[in-house]
Design a protein around this ligand. Sequence first.
Ligand code: DP6
Length: 378
Amino acid sequence: MLVRCAFIETYKTPFYCNNFSSHSTMSIYQATTSAPVNIACIKYWGKRNESLILPTNSSLSVTLSQDNLRSTTTARADPSFAADCLWLNGKVDPIKPGGRLHTCITEMKRLRTAFEAANPDQPKIASFNVHICSFNNFPTAAGLASSASGFAALVYALAKLYALPQTPEELSLIARRGSGSACRSLFGGFVAWDMGSDDVTGLDSKARQVAPESHWPEMEALICVVNDAKKGTSSTSGMQRTVVTSALLQHRIGYVVPSRMADIESAIADKRFGDFAEITMRDSNQFHAVALDTYPPIFYMNDVSRAIIAIITEYNRLSDQPKAAYTYDAGPNAVIYALTPNVREIAQLVLYYFPQAEKVVIGGQEVKAALPEGFNEA
Ligand code: DP6
Protein backbone atom coordinates (compact mmCIF):
# COMPACT_ATOMS: atom_id res chain seq x y z
CA MET A 1 0.00 0.00 0.00
CA LEU A 2 1.01 3.56 -0.61
CA VAL A 3 2.37 5.08 2.57
CA ARG A 4 2.64 8.80 2.31
CA CYS A 5 1.02 12.02 3.38
CA ALA A 6 -0.23 14.02 0.44
CA PHE A 7 0.65 17.22 2.21
CA ILE A 8 1.48 18.53 5.60
CA GLU A 9 0.78 22.05 6.64
CA THR A 10 0.40 23.79 9.94
CA TYR A 11 -2.56 25.90 10.71
CA LYS A 12 -2.57 28.41 13.47
CA THR A 13 -5.89 28.30 15.28
CA PRO A 14 -8.54 30.15 14.92
CA PHE A 15 -10.61 33.30 14.63
CA TYR A 16 -14.05 34.57 14.02
CA CYS A 17 -14.95 34.56 10.33
CA ASN A 18 -14.75 38.26 9.65
CA ASN A 19 -13.41 37.97 6.15
CA PHE A 20 -16.42 39.14 4.25
CA SER A 21 -17.41 42.07 2.15
CA SER A 22 -20.86 43.20 1.33
CA HIS A 23 -22.06 45.42 -1.43
CA SER A 24 -25.42 47.00 -1.60
CA THR A 25 -26.35 49.56 -4.20
CA MET A 26 -29.75 50.66 -5.51
CA SER A 27 -30.52 47.30 -7.03
CA ILE A 28 -27.66 44.89 -6.26
CA TYR A 29 -28.02 42.86 -3.12
CA GLN A 30 -24.98 40.69 -2.70
CA ALA A 31 -22.61 39.60 0.06
CA THR A 32 -19.53 37.42 0.27
CA THR A 33 -18.20 35.72 3.35
CA SER A 34 -15.74 33.03 4.17
CA ALA A 35 -15.76 30.53 7.02
CA PRO A 36 -13.04 28.18 8.23
CA VAL A 37 -13.24 24.49 9.03
CA ASN A 38 -13.29 23.25 12.59
CA ILE A 39 -11.81 20.02 13.88
CA ALA A 40 -13.51 18.39 16.86
CA CYS A 41 -11.64 17.28 19.97
CA ILE A 42 -14.83 15.85 21.47
CA LYS A 43 -16.67 14.32 18.54
CA TYR A 44 -20.29 14.77 17.59
CA TRP A 45 -21.54 11.39 16.45
CA GLY A 46 -25.24 10.56 16.56
CA LYS A 47 -28.53 12.45 16.27
CA ARG A 48 -31.53 12.21 18.57
CA ASN A 49 -33.64 14.15 16.07
CA GLU A 50 -32.79 13.80 12.38
CA SER A 51 -34.84 16.67 10.99
CA LEU A 52 -33.78 19.28 13.55
CA ILE A 53 -30.23 17.83 13.68
CA LEU A 54 -30.15 17.50 17.45
CA PRO A 55 -27.11 15.54 18.64
CA THR A 56 -26.92 12.70 21.12
CA ASN A 57 -23.96 14.40 22.83
CA SER A 58 -22.32 17.79 23.18
CA SER A 59 -19.06 18.34 21.30
CA LEU A 60 -16.09 20.71 21.26
CA SER A 61 -13.81 21.81 18.47
CA VAL A 62 -11.08 24.20 17.44
CA THR A 63 -11.71 26.49 14.48
CA LEU A 64 -8.69 26.70 12.18
CA SER A 65 -7.68 30.17 11.17
CA GLN A 66 -5.48 29.77 8.12
CA ASP A 67 -6.72 30.72 4.68
CA ASN A 68 -6.02 27.28 3.23
CA LEU A 69 -9.06 25.52 4.68
CA ARG A 70 -12.06 27.68 4.06
CA SER A 71 -15.35 27.92 2.23
CA THR A 72 -15.98 31.23 0.50
CA THR A 73 -19.57 31.95 -0.40
CA THR A 74 -21.33 34.71 -2.29
CA ALA A 75 -25.09 35.16 -1.99
CA ARG A 76 -27.17 37.42 -4.18
CA ALA A 77 -30.88 38.25 -4.12
CA ASP A 78 -32.57 39.54 -7.23
CA PRO A 79 -36.19 39.81 -8.42
CA SER A 80 -35.18 38.45 -11.82
CA PHE A 81 -33.99 35.07 -10.45
CA ALA A 82 -36.49 32.36 -11.35
CA ALA A 83 -35.50 30.07 -8.46
CA ASP A 84 -33.09 29.70 -5.59
CA CYS A 85 -29.92 28.13 -6.94
CA LEU A 86 -26.60 27.00 -5.47
CA TRP A 87 -23.28 26.21 -7.14
CA LEU A 88 -20.67 24.28 -5.15
CA ASN A 89 -17.18 24.45 -6.62
CA GLY A 90 -18.70 25.51 -9.94
CA LYS A 91 -21.33 22.75 -10.19
CA VAL A 92 -25.03 23.08 -9.49
CA ASP A 93 -25.96 21.53 -6.15
CA PRO A 94 -29.71 20.86 -6.25
CA ILE A 95 -31.79 22.50 -3.50
CA LYS A 96 -34.23 19.71 -2.71
CA PRO A 97 -37.53 20.76 -1.13
CA GLY A 98 -37.33 19.98 2.59
CA GLY A 99 -33.60 19.22 2.34
CA ARG A 100 -30.91 20.84 4.43
CA LEU A 101 -30.01 23.59 1.98
CA HIS A 102 -33.66 24.40 1.53
CA THR A 103 -34.16 24.55 5.32
CA CYS A 104 -31.23 26.92 5.83
CA ILE A 105 -32.28 29.26 3.02
CA THR A 106 -35.92 29.24 4.17
CA GLU A 107 -34.92 29.98 7.77
CA MET A 108 -32.71 32.89 6.68
CA LYS A 109 -35.52 34.31 4.52
CA ARG A 110 -37.84 34.01 7.52
CA LEU A 111 -35.41 36.09 9.60
CA ARG A 112 -35.20 38.68 6.83
CA THR A 113 -39.02 38.84 6.60
CA ALA A 114 -39.19 39.54 10.35
CA PHE A 115 -36.42 42.12 9.99
CA GLU A 116 -38.30 43.91 7.19
CA ALA A 117 -41.49 43.90 9.27
CA ALA A 118 -39.61 45.51 12.18
CA ASN A 119 -37.76 47.96 9.91
CA PRO A 120 -40.21 49.26 7.27
CA ASP A 121 -37.53 51.51 5.72
CA GLN A 122 -35.50 48.45 4.64
CA PRO A 123 -35.74 47.16 1.03
CA LYS A 124 -38.17 44.29 0.55
CA ILE A 125 -35.82 41.56 -0.62
CA ALA A 126 -36.93 38.59 1.51
CA SER A 127 -39.22 37.35 -1.26
CA PHE A 128 -36.52 37.48 -3.97
CA ASN A 129 -34.90 34.23 -5.02
CA VAL A 130 -31.22 33.87 -4.20
CA HIS A 131 -28.22 32.63 -6.12
CA ILE A 132 -25.45 31.24 -3.97
CA CYS A 133 -21.98 30.35 -5.13
CA SER A 134 -19.57 28.52 -2.84
CA PHE A 135 -15.97 27.35 -3.19
CA ASN A 136 -13.90 25.16 -0.90
CA ASN A 137 -10.14 25.60 -1.24
CA PHE A 138 -9.56 22.02 -0.01
CA PRO A 139 -10.93 18.55 -0.90
CA THR A 140 -14.69 18.34 -0.40
CA ALA A 141 -16.04 15.52 1.79
CA ALA A 142 -12.62 13.96 2.44
CA GLY A 143 -13.04 14.00 6.20
CA LEU A 144 -11.85 17.60 6.26
CA ALA A 145 -15.08 19.10 7.55
CA SER A 146 -16.15 20.70 4.26
CA SER A 147 -19.81 20.66 5.22
CA ALA A 148 -18.97 22.51 8.43
CA SER A 149 -17.28 25.45 6.74
CA GLY A 150 -19.72 25.27 3.81
CA PHE A 151 -22.92 25.68 5.78
CA ALA A 152 -21.35 28.20 8.16
CA ALA A 153 -20.30 30.33 5.17
CA LEU A 154 -23.70 29.95 3.54
CA VAL A 155 -25.60 31.06 6.64
CA TYR A 156 -23.16 33.88 7.29
CA ALA A 157 -23.29 35.11 3.69
CA LEU A 158 -27.10 35.22 3.82
CA ALA A 159 -26.98 36.98 7.20
CA LYS A 160 -24.75 39.65 5.63
CA LEU A 161 -26.87 39.88 2.49
CA TYR A 162 -29.94 40.40 4.66
CA ALA A 163 -28.11 42.71 7.12
CA LEU A 164 -29.51 40.65 9.99
CA PRO A 165 -28.88 41.58 13.62
CA GLN A 166 -28.67 37.96 14.80
CA THR A 167 -25.60 36.93 16.86
CA PRO A 168 -23.28 34.08 15.77
CA GLU A 169 -24.91 31.98 18.51
CA GLU A 170 -28.36 32.55 16.99
CA LEU A 171 -27.05 31.91 13.48
CA SER A 172 -25.46 28.68 14.72
CA LEU A 173 -29.00 27.33 15.24
CA ILE A 174 -29.55 27.62 11.50
CA ALA A 175 -26.10 26.41 10.41
CA ARG A 176 -26.78 23.34 12.57
CA ARG A 177 -29.78 22.51 10.37
CA GLY A 178 -27.38 22.35 7.40
CA SER A 179 -24.80 20.12 9.03
CA GLY A 180 -24.42 19.60 12.75
CA SER A 181 -20.72 20.43 12.93
CA ALA A 182 -21.30 23.64 10.92
CA CYS A 183 -22.75 25.39 13.96
CA ARG A 184 -19.26 25.40 15.52
CA SER A 185 -17.66 27.18 12.52
CA LEU A 186 -19.67 30.33 13.29
CA PHE A 187 -17.11 31.05 16.01
CA GLY A 188 -13.36 31.18 16.11
CA GLY A 189 -11.26 29.76 18.90
CA PHE A 190 -12.38 26.88 21.07
CA VAL A 191 -16.05 26.19 20.49
CA ALA A 192 -18.59 23.98 22.25
CA TRP A 193 -21.84 22.78 20.76
CA ASP A 194 -24.17 22.25 23.71
CA MET A 195 -26.56 19.43 22.84
CA GLY A 196 -29.52 21.11 24.60
CA SER A 197 -32.61 19.37 25.92
CA ASP A 198 -35.49 20.99 24.03
CA ASP A 199 -36.45 18.33 21.51
CA VAL A 200 -39.42 20.29 20.19
CA THR A 201 -37.76 23.52 19.06
CA GLY A 202 -34.06 22.65 19.35
CA LEU A 203 -33.47 26.27 20.33
CA ASP A 204 -30.99 25.39 23.08
CA SER A 205 -28.80 23.21 20.83
CA LYS A 206 -26.28 25.81 19.71
CA ALA A 207 -22.64 26.74 19.57
CA ARG A 208 -20.82 28.74 22.24
CA GLN A 209 -17.30 30.13 22.25
CA VAL A 210 -15.37 28.55 25.11
CA ALA A 211 -12.27 30.70 24.53
CA PRO A 212 -11.07 32.93 21.71
CA GLU A 213 -7.97 32.16 19.66
CA SER A 214 -6.08 34.86 21.55
CA HIS A 215 -6.50 32.87 24.77
CA TRP A 216 -4.07 30.18 23.57
CA PRO A 217 -2.31 31.50 20.46
CA GLU A 218 0.41 28.83 20.65
CA MET A 219 -2.11 26.13 19.73
CA GLU A 220 -1.51 24.86 16.20
CA ALA A 221 -2.87 22.09 14.04
CA LEU A 222 -0.72 19.98 11.74
CA ILE A 223 -2.87 18.45 9.01
CA CYS A 224 -1.64 15.22 7.46
CA VAL A 225 -3.70 14.50 4.37
CA VAL A 226 -3.41 10.77 4.00
CA ASN A 227 -6.02 10.54 1.28
CA ASP A 228 -8.04 13.34 -0.26
CA ALA A 229 -10.58 11.12 -2.04
CA LYS A 230 -14.25 11.43 -1.11
CA LYS A 231 -14.95 9.26 1.93
CA GLY A 232 -16.84 5.96 1.71
CA THR A 233 -19.51 6.28 4.40
CA SER A 234 -20.82 9.81 4.91
CA SER A 235 -21.02 11.15 8.46
CA THR A 236 -24.79 11.42 8.16
CA SER A 237 -25.42 7.79 7.19
CA GLY A 238 -22.60 6.47 9.38
CA MET A 239 -23.98 8.04 12.52
CA GLN A 240 -27.52 6.90 11.70
CA ARG A 241 -26.27 3.33 11.61
CA THR A 242 -24.32 3.81 14.83
CA VAL A 243 -27.34 5.15 16.73
CA VAL A 244 -29.38 2.12 15.70
CA THR A 245 -26.79 -0.60 16.25
CA SER A 246 -24.03 0.41 18.68
CA ALA A 247 -24.34 -0.39 22.38
CA LEU A 248 -21.00 1.34 22.95
CA LEU A 249 -22.52 4.64 21.77
CA GLN A 250 -24.97 4.52 24.69
CA HIS A 251 -22.08 4.18 27.13
CA ARG A 252 -20.23 7.02 25.38
CA ILE A 253 -23.08 9.51 25.43
CA GLY A 254 -24.30 8.61 28.92
CA TYR A 255 -21.08 8.12 30.87
CA VAL A 256 -18.10 9.46 28.96
CA VAL A 257 -18.80 12.65 27.04
CA PRO A 258 -20.43 14.78 29.80
CA SER A 259 -17.36 14.63 32.07
CA ARG A 260 -14.99 14.89 29.10
CA MET A 261 -16.66 18.14 28.02
CA ALA A 262 -16.17 19.61 31.49
CA ASP A 263 -12.58 18.34 31.68
CA ILE A 264 -11.50 19.69 28.30
CA GLU A 265 -13.09 23.08 28.94
CA SER A 266 -11.12 23.29 32.17
CA ALA A 267 -7.89 22.18 30.41
CA ILE A 268 -8.43 24.91 27.81
CA ALA A 269 -9.21 27.52 30.48
CA ASP A 270 -5.95 26.70 32.33
CA LYS A 271 -3.96 25.99 29.14
CA ARG A 272 -2.99 22.50 30.31
CA PHE A 273 -1.86 21.02 27.00
CA GLY A 274 -1.13 17.55 28.40
CA ASP A 275 -4.71 17.15 29.60
CA PHE A 276 -6.13 18.70 26.44
CA ALA A 277 -4.10 16.24 24.37
CA GLU A 278 -5.02 13.15 26.36
CA ILE A 279 -8.74 13.94 26.24
CA THR A 280 -8.55 14.69 22.51
CA MET A 281 -6.77 11.43 21.69
CA ARG A 282 -9.04 9.35 23.93
CA ASP A 283 -12.10 10.87 22.31
CA SER A 284 -10.83 10.21 18.81
CA ASN A 285 -10.07 6.63 19.83
CA GLN A 286 -13.54 6.18 21.26
CA PHE A 287 -15.28 7.68 18.26
CA HIS A 288 -13.49 5.18 16.00
CA ALA A 289 -14.27 2.37 18.46
CA VAL A 290 -17.94 3.32 18.20
CA ALA A 291 -17.64 3.28 14.39
CA LEU A 292 -16.20 -0.23 14.69
CA ASP A 293 -18.99 -1.21 17.10
CA THR A 294 -21.54 -0.15 14.47
CA TYR A 295 -23.07 -3.03 12.54
CA PRO A 296 -21.97 -3.49 9.80
CA PRO A 297 -18.78 -1.80 11.05
CA ILE A 298 -17.41 1.46 9.67
CA PHE A 299 -13.66 1.92 9.14
CA TYR A 300 -12.56 5.49 8.67
CA MET A 301 -8.87 5.15 9.53
CA ASN A 302 -6.45 3.19 7.40
CA ASP A 303 -2.95 1.76 7.94
CA VAL A 304 -1.32 5.16 7.50
CA SER A 305 -3.69 6.69 10.08
CA ARG A 306 -2.80 3.95 12.55
CA ALA A 307 0.93 4.36 11.84
CA ILE A 308 0.64 8.06 12.70
CA ILE A 309 -1.06 7.14 15.99
CA ALA A 310 1.85 4.81 16.81
CA ILE A 311 4.41 7.51 15.98
CA ILE A 312 2.67 10.14 18.11
CA THR A 313 2.26 7.68 20.98
CA GLU A 314 6.00 6.92 20.96
CA TYR A 315 6.79 10.66 20.67
CA ASN A 316 4.61 11.43 23.70
CA ARG A 317 6.41 8.73 25.71
CA LEU A 318 9.58 10.89 25.54
CA SER A 319 8.15 13.56 27.85
CA ASP A 320 6.19 13.62 31.14
CA GLN A 321 3.13 15.08 29.44
CA PRO A 322 1.89 14.58 25.86
CA LYS A 323 3.23 17.20 23.46
CA ALA A 324 1.09 16.13 20.50
CA ALA A 325 -2.56 15.12 20.14
CA TYR A 326 -3.85 13.22 17.13
CA THR A 327 -7.47 13.22 16.14
CA TYR A 328 -9.35 11.72 13.18
CA ASP A 329 -12.79 12.59 11.85
CA ALA A 330 -14.82 10.48 9.44
CA GLY A 331 -11.82 9.78 7.21
CA PRO A 332 -8.18 8.68 7.35
CA ASN A 333 -6.58 12.14 7.57
CA ALA A 334 -4.76 13.02 10.78
CA VAL A 335 -4.97 16.34 12.55
CA ILE A 336 -2.24 16.77 15.13
CA TYR A 337 -2.69 19.50 17.72
CA ALA A 338 0.54 20.81 19.26
CA LEU A 339 1.98 23.98 20.76
CA THR A 340 4.16 26.19 18.55
CA PRO A 341 7.55 25.27 20.09
CA ASN A 342 6.96 21.57 19.29
CA VAL A 343 5.36 21.77 15.86
CA ARG A 344 8.58 21.70 13.84
CA GLU A 345 9.89 18.64 15.70
CA ILE A 346 6.61 16.81 15.15
CA ALA A 347 6.57 17.68 11.44
CA GLN A 348 10.18 16.46 11.14
CA LEU A 349 9.14 13.20 12.76
CA VAL A 350 6.14 12.67 10.48
CA LEU A 351 8.32 13.50 7.47
CA TYR A 352 10.88 10.94 8.59
CA TYR A 353 8.26 8.22 8.19
CA PHE A 354 6.33 9.73 5.29
CA PRO A 355 8.79 11.58 3.03
CA GLN A 356 7.15 14.18 0.81
CA ALA A 357 7.75 14.96 -2.83
CA GLU A 358 6.83 18.57 -2.14
CA LYS A 359 8.70 20.85 0.24
CA VAL A 360 7.11 21.31 3.65
CA VAL A 361 7.63 24.80 5.02
CA ILE A 362 6.86 25.98 8.52
CA GLY A 363 7.51 29.53 9.61
CA GLY A 364 9.28 30.27 6.31
CA GLN A 365 11.80 27.46 6.81
CA GLU A 366 11.83 24.11 5.07
CA VAL A 367 11.25 21.16 7.38
CA LYS A 368 13.78 18.31 7.08
CA ALA A 369 12.97 14.78 8.15
CA ALA A 370 14.48 13.94 11.55
CA LEU A 371 13.90 11.73 14.58
CA PRO A 372 13.74 13.37 18.01
CA GLU A 373 16.44 12.28 20.46
CA GLY A 374 15.54 9.08 22.27
CA PHE A 375 12.80 8.09 19.80
CA ASN A 376 12.49 4.32 19.71
CA GLU A 377 11.88 3.09 16.18
CA ALA A 378 11.10 -0.48 17.20
C1 DP6 B 1 -16.74 13.01 12.80
O1 DP6 B 1 -21.59 17.49 10.91
O2 DP6 B 1 -20.74 16.17 8.94
O3 DP6 B 1 -16.62 15.23 11.99
O4 DP6 B 1 -24.80 16.67 10.93
O5 DP6 B 1 -25.00 14.67 9.48
O6 DP6 B 1 -24.04 16.78 8.55
P1 DP6 B 1 -24.22 15.90 9.78
O7 DP6 B 1 -22.78 15.40 10.20
P2 DP6 B 1 -21.41 16.17 10.27
O8 DP6 B 1 -20.62 15.20 11.26
C2 DP6 B 1 -19.34 15.50 11.72
C3 DP6 B 1 -18.80 14.31 12.42
C4 DP6 B 1 -17.34 14.40 12.85
C5 DP6 B 1 -17.22 14.87 14.29
C6 DP6 B 1 -17.39 16.33 14.56
O9 DP6 B 1 -17.09 17.18 13.71
O10 DP6 B 1 -17.79 16.64 15.70
